[in-house]
Write a protein that binds this ligand. Structure first.
Ligand SMILES: CC(C)(COP(=O)(O)OP(=O)(O)OC[C@H]1O[C@@H](n2cnc3c(N)ncnc32)[C@H](O)[C@@H]1OP(=O)(O)O)[C@@H](O)C(=O)NCCC(=O)NCCS
Length: 119
């Protein structure tokens, strides 16, 4: 718990960290961070297991996309482990494209990008 608080204090004020709320119950989180010129990264995106596949993730990502647009971000990106097929297919279903392969902590990751300037 102490470690979590320390980490949370280190990101406070820098990242947009949202709780996904269903009728007053927290069911997940999604975050916007690592701003770099016109880019913004999404991550820390998780939906409670019992709520997956019910389109709450899609709703949360749509809201994040709208919010990123209001901040003037042109490209939203995410890095997903290459074996996270579910999340990769999720991103593709939203409109993200695979734009690269990376190595992260000795593991293969996929970079996904969403063009916020496109309609
Ligand atoms: C990735 C995650 C956030 C998606 O949330 P979700 O609420 O389950 O997703 P949704 O129900 O909104 O699904 C949206 C779309 O994803 C795709 N999708 C969902 N489940 C799928 C599956 N089993 N196989 C293929 N595509 C699938 C579908 O296209 C779906 O659209 P549809 O309902 O119109 O068919 C959630 O699965 C999760 O918490 N995963 C574990 C954490 C993680 O991997 N996070 C991403 C890395 S940061």
């Amino acid at each position: 718990m102490e470690d979590h608080l320390k980490w949370y204090n280190s990101i406070k004020g820098k990242d947009y960290f949202f709780v996904i709320d269903l009728d007053g119950e927290p069911i997940g989180t999604i975050c916007l961070y690592n701003f770099n010129k016109n880019y913004g990264e999404y991550g820390r995106f998780i939906i409670d297991r019992k709520c997956r596949g019910l389109r709450y993730g899609r709703d949360a990502m749509s809201l994040l996309i709208s919010y990123a647009r209001t901040l003037g971000i042109e490209t939203l990106y995410g890095e997903l482990l290459a074996n996270n097929t579910y999340a990769i297919l999720f991103d593709i279903s939203i409109g993200f494209r695979i734009t690269g392969l990376l190595r992260r902590n000795k593991r293969l990751a996929v970079r996904m990008e969403y063009d916020l300037l496109a309609a």
